[in-house]
Design a protein around this ligand. Structure first.
Ligand SMILES: C[S@@+](CC[C@H](N)C(=O)[O-])C[C@H]1O[C@@H](n2cnc3c(N)ncnc32)[C@H](O)[C@@H]1O
Length: 225
């Protein structure tokens, strides 16, 4: 068995929590105090987050997508693949070191999406982008934690609260889609999405394209008028 090699750590500037990057052969793992945040061997659900949301909005003129959390770049790469030449992707990533990793040791994993001219990376809390923007996006994809019940950063609780969902609703264009990744289902969160004015569906997806590694949850929530 090849041992895990420590590559580096990233301190989250808002809550001060630490993310750590490890490598074992060709496999990469990002960990936090609550366990593993993600692993390069299982990105089927990160791809599905973009695939499901972009299937709804890709045909709109000049579709604009906001992604919260760069991670290893899989969701960003899948969104770019789904959008045409007129599409634009903004990635909000809280930890500058994660952006550096995506320009360095992690760049090849998702096919170097940061080199695509249609993408812009902002080193910023996605919550701040939601608070500042109005009717700006056709889709908002959130994968910043292990879900509403598994926070990587304590302050992210706001994103799943009524206030956070109201802000996401306001940041979306009419009939825009909010897609949220989670390690597990959560009926309370489904109800909260509906209370915030979304037509919300909880979709079960495979962790890997080969169907191994268990199931993950994605909420697909379409903004009502
Ligand atoms: C699970 S990873 C995202 C995985 C990504 N979907 C992919 O395909 O690789 C979570 C990422 O969200 C970032 N993050 C956590 N809280 C954030 C916040 N409030 N705003 C922006 N990024 C955040 C973390 O630093 C980490 O890079």
């Amino acid at each position: 068995m090849i041992p895990w090699e420590f590559i580096g750590s990233a301190r989250l500037p808002v809550g001060g929590e630490e993310l750590r990057l490890y490598k074992r052969g060709e496999e990469f793992s990002i960990r936090f105090d609550g366990g593993e945040l993600m692993n390069s061997r299982a990105h089927g659900s990160e791809d599905a987050l973009a695939d499901l949301a972009c299937a709804v909005i890709a045909d709109r003129p000049r579709p604009r997508v906001l992604i919260g959390g760069l991670g290893m770049g899989y969701t960003a790469a899948a969104a770019l693949k789904r959008l045409g030449a007129a599409g634009r992707v903004v990635v909000a990533e809280l930890a500058p070191a994660v952006v550096e990793w995506n320009r360095g040791p992690l760049a090849h994993l998702a096919g170097r999406p940061l080199q695509d001219a249609r993408i812009r990376v902002r080193e910023i809390d996605v919550g701040r982008v939601l608070r500042e923007e109005s009717q700006a996006y056709d889709a908002i994809l959130l994968d910043v934690d292990n879900g509403p019940g598994g926070l990587a950063c304590r302050s992210n609780a706001w994103l799943y609260s009524m206030a956070g969902l109201d802000a996401a609703h306001a940041a979306l264009r009419p009939a825009g889609v909010l897609a949220v990744w989670s390690a597990s289902p959560d009926q309370t969160f489904s109800k909260r999405l509906r209370r915030a004015g979304f037509d919300a569906e909880e979709v079960g997806v495979q962790a890997t394209a080969a169907g191994r590694g268990g199931r993950r949850t994605i909420w697909l929530a379409v903004r009502g008028s």
